[in-house]
Design a binder for this molecule. Structure first.
Ligand code: ATP
Ligand code: MG
Length: 239
């Protein structure tokens, strides 16, 4: 695993939980309830990937697939300024694409192969969120099998991109505070586990007091399980 590289999240505690940061060649799933900070982390890592290696980045660009319309240029600018980076440049190095439905989301990822093959400076792909369109379009038990099949194929494509091009993939997955309400839905964490049949790292984000958040490592193959606390501030993710 020597060739795996890491991108800082902005929080030393969270980086520590992740074994140094968000890894390349791996898909990292952030799951948690609304407002837990999944999107904020995605924004921060899209900025941080642009930092030079000595500052925790990969001097790379980010590709942000936004399925919920929650990508905010203002947040990127604020996070960039806080790091002493030129906001305009940082924004230019984040290609954000709004995916309007599952077919569109899948098609974008299929096209990424060509985009990334031509531009080896792309070091991060974000899908925020991976599940929202799937849940909306394939609701009901009778559609569950088809949905899981499509979603798994989509996830495997993302994992392959990460492995082939040595880049980091982050996907988010909203999970209700009371997963028992969604019993029987395998994309919902029950007992802290999302039942994807794909390799990767899973991190649960939980709300704590005020701007404090708890991150918990869930069944990572090579990392110890554990919990850390971090904060969401006006300037981004911090300890
Ligand atoms: P969802 O599942 O609904 O998409 P999420 O996990 O993506 O939720 P975020 O949008 O990342 O949640 O987090 C929203 C929270 O981030 C807000 O409730 C607030 O606490 C914090 N936040 C957002 N912007 C700022 C800011 N400018 N300054 C401080 N905190 C902020
Ligand atoms: Mg979000």
């Amino acid at each position: 695993r020597a060739s795996v590289k890491k991108i800082t999240t902005g929080s030393q505690a969270l980086d520590g939980l992740l074994g140094g940061g968000i890894e390349t060649r791996t898909m990292t799933e952030l799951f948690g309830e609304f407002g837990s900070g999944k999107t904020q982390i995605c924004h921060q890592v899209s900025v941080n990937v642009q930092l030079p290696p000595e500052k925790g980045g990969l001097s790379g660009k980010a590709l942000y697939i936004d399925t919920e319309g929650t990508f905010r240029t203002e947040r990127i600018k604020a996070m960039a300024s806080a790091l002493g980076l030129e906001p305009k440049d940082v924004l230019q190095n984040i290609m954000s694409i709004r995916a309007i439905n599952t077919d569109h989301q899948i098609a974008i990822v299929e096209e990424l192969q060509d985009i990334i093959a031509k531009d080896n400076t792309i070091k991060l792909v974000v899908v925020d969120s991976i599940t929202s369109h799937f849940r909306a379009e394939y609701s009901g038990r009778e559609n569950l099998a088809v949905r899981q099949q499509k979603l798994n194929r989509h996830l495997h494509q993302l994992v392959r991109l990460a492995e082939i091009y040595d880049l980091a993939v982050i996907v988010t997955n909203q999970v209700m505070a009371r997963p028992d309400m969604f019993y029987g839905d395998p994309t919902v964490a029950v007992g802290g586990h999302t039942l994807y049949h794909v390799p990767g790292i899973r991190v649960q984000i939980k709300k704590s007091r005020g701007n404090r958040r708890i991150a918990r490592m869930v069944d990572a193959p090579h990392l110890p399980e554990g919990e850390v606390v971090f904060s969401i501030t006006n300037t981004g993710i911090r300890d």
